[in-house]
Design a protein around this ligand. Structure first.
Ligand SMILES: *Cc1c(COP(=O)(O)O)cnc(C)c1O
Length: 406
């Protein structure tokens, strides 16, 4: 196994079989050591920068506490994430809250937390977010989220840099910075440019990062603590795609940023968790159709929505019989929508009923986006750490699904 990526073939198949037998399927299996190794590799590639984990990719307690143990700080984009970071043991003084169209409730709670822990930083991406902070009596640490007008990403829905929803347009940044400096302690300039940047987009990404650094210099980087260029670093979802050469990316980012009087900050989410988790799912149906073979499994778009939502490719492997002759199959779940397919006409070692399939790279925006569609209780999550395994999220029951009904 190259340490740059963990592929499905790298997982211990016997162990996966035992976990499925013990905990049932669908089952999320999380490799905690891998989470830490990914963070540590990224951190080592940027020795002079400050690397913060963007919690929304996977907010599980097991992930947050492992990353805190590795020395990571945490970036949160909603009140619930802030609270979960605190619950996992984060020092609130180190937290960064990125407010995107923030509900009142979120601002109230962030301001309350900052009153007790003045090290907390609140990032705003609209002028009125700053007005709403001032109206709450807040005058503490803030960063301005800027929109550099260029962006990259694996799908248009995640290319945030050029989407007007995010950040202050470049043309207004200096004026907003002057205004913000009068009312708050302006400590940083922030941008998050897109998600899923891989080899082909690295240059475009570096260009956008350079633009953010230029904006920071225009605002006066000498008066800032940090310039945060966000996350977006990709992982190879296809089996034959090369991983990101993180050292090379770091060189390009450093070169694009140039001289700065403030510290460079980065916020990877996906990169840290994507390949550290897979989903085990059992084959319940094999159906010959004129065009292809349809394989029905017990995972669905409620378990993993990325293929339906972003057309995302996720690797799939028959872990019961990886050496069987591959046949082209479509794999889908039990939901009554044609969007509930994980792949179409993909060669997979011939799946038979009761085989166990693994769906890879499910650690980022996987469980985090899971739902209870079709009254399906959400799956359990088992973590592997060292030689040990433990359940970190029990399987939901139907009672969990109906608990809030009155
Ligand atoms: C989502 C997000 C990130 C992380 O993005 P990844 O693509 O998962 O690396 C970083 N910063 C902010 C503000 C975000 O919203």
């Amino acid at each position: 196994m190259s340490d740059l990526v963990k592929r499905l073939a790298d997982w211990d198949h016997d162990r996966l079989g035992r976990l499925a037998a013990e905990h049932d399927t669908p089952l999320y299996v999380l490799d905690i050591d891998r989470v830490q190794a990914n963070y540590e590799r990224f951190d080592a590639a940027f020795p002079d920068a400050h690397v913060t984990y963007a919690a929304k990719a996977h907010t599980g307690q097991a992930v947050l506490s492992a990353l805190l143990e590795s020395g990571a700080d945490i970036e949160c984009a909603a009140w619930g994430e802030l609270q979960r970071a605190v619950d996992a043991g984060a020092d609130p003084n180190t937290l960064q809250y990125t407010a995107v169209n923030p509900p009142d409730r979120d601002l109230d709670r962030a301001v309350e937390l900052a009153a007790e822990y003045p090290g907390l930083t609140i990032t705003g991406g609209a002028r009125d977010t700053f007005d709403r902070l001032e109206a709450r009596g807040y005058d503490g640490r803030v960063a301005i989220r800027v929109n550099p007008g260029i962006g990259t990403g694996h799908h248009e829905k995640v290319a945030t840099g050029k989407d007007a929803k995010f950040g202050i347009p470049e043309a207004y940044v200096e004026e907003v910075a002057d205004d913000v400096r009068e009312r708050f302690n302006l400590v940083g300039i922030h941008a998050h440019i897109g998600s899923g940047v891989l080899t082909d987009d690295v240059e475009e990404h570096a260009r956008a990062v350079g633009k953010v650094a230029d904006i920071a210099r225009a605002v006066g980087d000498g008066g800032l603590e940090f310039v945060d260029v966000g996350g977006g670093y990709g992982v190879p979802y296809h089996e034959n795609e090369p991983p990101l050469d993180i050292e090379a990316v770091a060189d390009q980012v450093r070169e694009a940023v140039g001289d700065l009087d403030a510290q460079l900050k980065l916020e990877p989410g996906r990169y840290v968790v994507a390949d550290s988790e897979l989903i085990l799912t059992e084959v319940n149906t094999v159906k010959e159709a004129p065009e292809s073979t349809v394989v029905g499994v017990d995972a669905s778009l409620a378990t993993l929505i990325r293929p339906a939502m972003f057309d995302s490719y996720h690797p799939i492997r028959n872990v019961t019989a990886p050496d069987r002759e591959p046949i082209p199959v479509s794999v889908g779940g039990p939901c009554c929508t044609s969007a509930d397919v994980f792949c179409t006409d993909r060669p997979i070692a011939e799946p038979r009923r009761e085989d166990l399939l693994a769906i890879g790279n499910a650690g980022a925006y996987g469980y985090e986006l899971a739902s209870q569609f079709h009254s399906q209780p959400r799956p359990a999550e088992v973590a592997i750490e060292g030689g040990e395994t433990r359940v970190v999220r029990r399987r939901e029951t139907l009672d969990d699904v109906t608990r809030v009904e009155q």
